[in-house]
Structures are given as C-alpha cells and as structure tokens.
Write a new protein. Structure first.
Length: 482
C-alpha cells in the first residue's frame, strides 16, 4: 500500500507540473508610451493569437496519434491476481461438504509479429495527418500576419486623414475670417460669408468623422494583436507608408467645437497664403520582385493549404491500403505464466496465433468509401489550384493598378495645390469669386485623401498578394515555438 501511495503522489505531481507548464506562457502586452513597428505588432499577434494556439494544439494531437499508431508494434503486458472461494453443499450424509479456496496470479505478454502491413499503413496515414496539421498551422500564421498588416496600414491611413482634415479646418478658418473682413469692408457679399461659415462647419464635421474612423482603426489593430485595455503607444511608419509617427491613444483626441465660428484671426484681411499639407513626402517604394507567372508558380510551391491537401490525399491513400488489408490475418505471439497456491502449482505457456475477423460486406463498403475519399481529396487539390491561380491574378492586377495610381495621384495633389493657390490669390485681390475658390479647395483636399488611399490600397494589395503567394515573412512563428 505504501508503494502504491507513492506512485499516486508521483503521478499527481507530474500531472500538476505538466498542466502548469502548458499554461506558463502568458499573452504579450504593450508597455505605455512604447513605439511599435509593424514587426513588433506582428510578434505580439503571433504570440497572443488563440487561432494559432488552437492550430498548435491540433498539431500536438496529430503528432500523438502517430505515436499511438506505432504503439501496436510494442508488446502488451497483462497482469492479474485473485482469490477464489467455492463451497459445495450436498444432502447426502455420507458425503462431506467440499470447499476449495485458493490464490492465483497470472502474467502474460502479447506481441504482434506480422499483420501484412496494416499497422504500417495506419502509421503512414497518421503521419500524413500530422503533416496536414502542420501546414494548417502555417496557414493560420499567414492569415494572422495579413490581418495585422491590414489594420496597421489602416491606422496609418486613418491618421493621415485626420491630419488632412485638421489642415482643411485651418484653411476654412482663415478663409472665413478673410471673407468676414471683406464683407465688413463691403468688398464681398453676404452669401460669400454664409458659404464660408457653412464650409467651415462642414470641415469640422469631417474632422470629427475622421477622428472617429481613426479610433475605430486603432481598435481593429488592437483586436488583431489580441490586446485588451491597450495603453497609449506609438506606431512607426514602414518604408511603404512613410507618414509621420503617430500617437495612438483613444482618449486623447482633440475635441472640435463646430457650434460657432472661430475667434478673430490677426492679419486676415487681404491675406493670400495657401497652407500646404504634405502627409506623404518623397514617397518611394521597392517594386514587387516577381512577375505574374512567377507569382503563380511560387504560390503552387509555397502555399501551406495546398500542401495540406496533398498530405490529406496521401493519408487517404494509406487509409485505403489499411482498409484493404483488413481482409488479411494477424500473426501474434503470446507468453504467459500462472501460479496457484494450491500445491504451489506453476504453469508456463507460449503460443503463436494466426487469426482474422471481418464482415465481408462491411469491409467491401469501407474500401469503396476509402476510394471515394481519395477522389474527394484529389478534387480538393484541383479546385485549390484553380482558386489560387485566379486569386493570384486578381491580387497581382490590383497591386499593379494601385502602384501605377500612386505617382499619378501625387501629380494630381501638386496640380490641385497650384490651382488652389491661383484661386486663392485671385480671390484675395477681389477678381475671383467664392465658388471658384471653394471648388479649388475641395479638389485639393480630395486629391490629398485620394493620394493617401492610393498608398493604403497599394500596401493592402501588396500584403494580400504576399499572403496569396505565401512569401516568407521577416516575422513568423513555428509550431514548436512556445
């Protein structure tokens, strides 16, 4: 009993140790006022993602199933002991009651000798399932990386929109004060002043809306990193989206009062000076290094989901082999030892057994089902290749389209700025009307937004293409990492 108690205590301690070790890894968090680059955000997301953890657990199960399949090669040990009591009663007075009580102990070893490849096929099938689980893990990692990149670029685009709208409010404030001065001097009409007030209010509404979108973008980024109650932090700008470093704080956005016009601005009368806003300065990016055909071939080579389908097909083939071999017998060996305390009886036995047990109709249908499973797996591969082909085509065309739009949008910003400056100058000296000025200002403001969105869409399309190709990433994680 003391020995058994020690064994129980040991097993309990081992169980607690394993449980604690499996839960020892805590989610990564963000320190206040930290400056995070896109690589930092990716590392946090890869460490925290429940989807990645689930894929890792599924791989662990698949890995254990391989070991379970191999366990058939190992001997099976049987142990038993018992106490037997029998009593024979009779009504014949000439015969005595017969009682027989005895202890017995038995030990046996069973070993599979040969099963005509059934176990080997099962091991191979489970190993291909393990490989499929590994590639499913890789697919989950790729999806997580793409999600973080999408939301990271979304924060940059949203912040750029806020900066553009802030500058637009300042432009409209100056224009309102100037128009008000003109009106008081009798140079401009009341309708110009009213339009200036309306445009100022509209610009403030747009600023408030862009700030809300910025807040939503931050929430999405935090969600993709699986960070709740994130403190204030900053994000860096990558090479492909080089706008200013932006503070990230949900509670520190400027309140905008749109209920009344601004207070007086000094030197507003007859002032002609357009405020130039350059959110993206000297924008450059490294061209994508692969052609469309090269991208498609790389995707066929790299895509982990396609590799998972291949592994599943191989597993189905091994399953068919295993099912077919159910017809065949198994050769096993058995050795045993028995003891009875009556007369100290000992017995030894060794045997070889060749046996099989099957239902002919059931096994036939199982074979048919295994063949169908192979056809299904092959069809999934063919369908996946077609989907990958069109996915790469769509992503590549989108990326190239936005790549060509960026320099055109940059030129458009400069052109609309020049037009705005001319309209502002004409209005300042009294030879231009307010409608021309407003149209020029709106065109300039819209051109900046379109420029930022072109850069955002390009980065998003490029990240989507990298995901579709499954290009190696600078930041990743393996199934063995903890």
């Amino acid at each position: 009993m003391a020995f058994a108690r020690k064994i129980i205590i040991y097993i309990s301690a081992l169980t607690i140790l394993c449980f604690n070790s499996s839960n020892a890894v805590e989610n990564m968090s963000i320190e206040k006022n930290a400056v995070l680059g896109i690589k930092d955000c990716l590392e946090i997301a890869l460490q925290n993602s429940p989807a990645i953890k689930k894929a890792r657990y599924n791989y662990g199960l698949a890995k254990n199933n391989v070991t379970l399949a191999k366990s058939v090669y190992f001997p099976t040990i049987g142990l038993g002991t018992g106490y037997y009591a029998t009593q024979n009663a009779t009504s014949n007075s000439l015969m005595r009651n017969g009682n027989m009580n005895y202890y017995s102990a038995e030990a046996s070893v069973n070993q599979l000798i040969f099963d005509f490849g059934k176990t080997f096929a099962n091991v191979k099938m489970q190993d291909f399932n393990r490989i499929a689980a590994l590639y499913n893990f890789d697919t989950t990692v790729i999806d997580t990386i793409f999600g973080v990149k999408t939301n990271y670029y979304g924060v940059l685009a949203a912040r750029a929109a806020v900066e553009i709208n802030k500058a637009n409010v300042q432009i409209n404030e100056r224009n309102y004060q100037r128009t008000k001065a003109y009106f008081e001097e009798g140079i401009k009409s009341k309708i110009d002043l009213v339009n200036a007030e309306v445009n100022l209010s509209d610009s403030k509404v747009s600023l408030v809306s862009s700030q809300k979108q910025y807040q939503n973008a931050i929430v999405k980024l935090n969600n993709s990193m699986y960070i709740a109650f994130a403190p204030e932090y900053e994000i860096e700008t990558p090479e492909t989206f080089n706008i200013k470093t932006t503070p990230v704080d949900l509670g520190d956005l400027e309140d905008v009062d749109i209920s009344s016009p601004p207070q007086g601005v000094s030197d507003a009368f007859l002032t002609s000076e357009v405020q130039k806003t350059e959110i993206l300065e000297n924008y450059e990016f490294t061209p994508f290094p692969y052609t469309l055909d090269e991208s498609i071939q790389l995707a066929y080579k790299n895509r982990p989901d396609l590799k998972a389908f291949d592994a599943t097909l191989n597993a189905m083939k091994e399953s068919l082999k295993y099912t077919k071999r159910e017809y065949l017998p198994e050769l096993t060996a058995r050795g045993g030892y028995g003891y009875r305390d009556t007369n100290n009886t000992n017995s030894f036995n060794i045997s070889l057994n060749l046996s099989t047990s099957l239902n002919m109709l059931s096994t036939k249908k199982e074979i048919d089902n295994a063949k169908i499973q192979i056809d299904i797996a092959q069809n999934e591969i063919d369908l996946a290749k077609q989907n990958i082909y069109f996915e790469i085509q769509d992503a590549y065309v989108n990326m190239k389209q936005y790549e060509k739009q960026i320099p055109l949008q940059s030129v458009k910003v400069k052109q609309t700025l020049e037009n705005f400056e001319l309209a502002d100058g004409r209005y300042a000296v009294g030879i231009g009307d307010y409608i021309q000025l407003q149209d020029a200002k709106v065109n300039y403001n819209n051109a900046q937004h379109e420029y930022v969105m072109a850069v955002y869409n390009y980065n998003l399309a490029r990240a989507n293409l990298e995901k579709a190709i499954a290009l190696p990433q600078a930041v990743t994680i393996s199934v063995e990492d903890k």
